[in-house]
Design a protein around this ligand. Structure first.
Ligand code: NAD
Ligand code: ZN
Ligand code: ZN
Length: 346
């Protein structure tokens, strides 16, 4: 089968032919309908060899959806032909966070060598993929796999982040979304669907700000050194109740720190290496700063229910399998509006 693999440190991913995988006991074989392209992969492919945590070659793609092609021995509750999305942050399934569905915070994944698909285990940008356990399958139940596949990360990650701040996002509050890309444009919709907060979107690109307005941002601001002041102006000096930073680089974490309100939240989702110093007098009083990772199985279920209700819609740009390397190039150069989705089986 065809697969998109990161094979050489520092090189672009390559389309290669690899043996068709076969499901072992307890595993499920998916014929992949759609695979999303996340900016995290670009970060992964920039890591130096000495810090690289995964075995190479690595089949990319941690957002996957497909139809069940075969069930490994002992798998029950699903049938061949079922249309499913894959919950990506695989854990052991049994430790306390996993038992609560928070496999993204599995206590034993490291020790047991459990990796998410596309981030250690073979990923979704391939004609077929192995899902390690049926509990990592979420039935799509009529949802379109192409438009839904980004919700497994670009939907689930902001959903988890936003949910923590919902008690503060009361009428009269303001939420700031920094980076209106794959995750950010879904975050804006989630904020509109789940809260009465006024939503201000920041990006460096006018095209992304157009998309931000289309999907529901009340205000948009160019993300530059004055952006924090603009947010303060737009909030009558008070600042933002919650800031969600989907870039997480030094300039944006500085903006987040500069525009957050007293008792507000800063959530750093982007992995751009920026930090927010915390200490008395450094930030407004009682600001919470957090950097979450992905989301829980239950939350994925909730995100898909929101999509079923028509409350969120991912803007997708589709690519044939042979153009998968191009999708990464275009994402790298900031040219994807919404999420790039690869169709490994046409
Ligand atoms: P993306 O490329 O689709 O979107 C990033 C957006 O940020 C783009 O619209 C870009 O124009 C904008 N941007 C770039 N520099 C900016 C700046 N200085 N100010 C404002 N906007 C700026 O990327 P994505 O796939 O949505 O991923 C976003 C980030 O989230 C990445 O860092 C990714 O690695 C990270 N991520 C984290 C998690 C997690 O669990 N914490 C999960 C998924 C993705
Ligand atoms: Zn991702
Ligand atoms: Zn676990």
């Amino acid at each position: 089968m065809k697969a998109l693999q990161y094979r050489t440190i520092g090189a672009a991913p390559e389309l290669v032919t690899v043996p068709d995988p076969e499901p072992g006991p307890g595993q499920v074989l998916l014929k992949v309908s759609a695979a999303g392209v996340c900016h995290s992969d670009i970060a992964v492919m920039s890591w130096p060899e000495k810090d690289f945590p995964y075995p190479l070659p690595l089949t990319l793609g941690h957002e996957g959806a497909g139809t069940i092609a075969a069930l490994g021995e002992g798998v029950t509750g699903f049938s061949v032909g079922d249309s499913v999305a894959v919950y990506g942050p695989w854990g052991c399934g049994a430790c306390p966070p996993c038992a609560g569905g928070r496999e993204n915070y599995c206590l034993r994944a490291g020790e047991l060598n459990i990796f998410p698909p596309g981030l250690g285990a073979p990923g979704a940008i391939a004609e077929y993929m192995i899902v390690d356990d049926a509990r990592h399958l979420e039935p799509l139940g009529g949802l379109d796999p192409i438009e839904t596949v980004p919700l497994t990360d670009a939907g689930l990650t902001p959903y988890h982040a936003i949910k923590q701040s919902l008690p503060k996002l009361v009428p009269g509050s303001t939420a700031v979304v920094i980076g209106a890309g794959g995750l950010g444009h879904v975050a804006i919709q989630l904020l509109r669907a789940l809260s009465p907060a006024r939503v201000i979107a920041l990006d460096v690109s006018e095209d992304k700000l157009d998309l931000a307005r289309t999907v529901g941002a009340h205000e948009t601001v160019i993300s530059d050194a004055e952006a924090a002041d603009r947010v303060r102006e737009l909030t009558g000096g008070r600042g933002a109740t919650a800031v969600f930073d989907f870039v997480g680089a030094a300039p944006t974490t500085a903006t987040a720190a500069g525009c957050v309100a007293m008792e507000g939240d800063i959530t750093i989702v982007g992995i751009g290496g920026g930090v927010v110093p915390v200490g008395f007098g450094v930030l407004p009083f009682e600001v919470n700063v957090t950097a979450p990772y992905w989301g829980s199985r239950g939350e994925l279920h909730e995100v898909l229910d929101l999509a079923r209700a028509g409350s969120i819609e991912v803007h997708v740009e589709t690519f044939a399998m042979q153009d998968a390397p191009l999708a990464y190039e275009r994402l790298h150069s900031g040219k994807i509006n919404g999420r790039a989705v690869i169709l490994p089986n046409g």
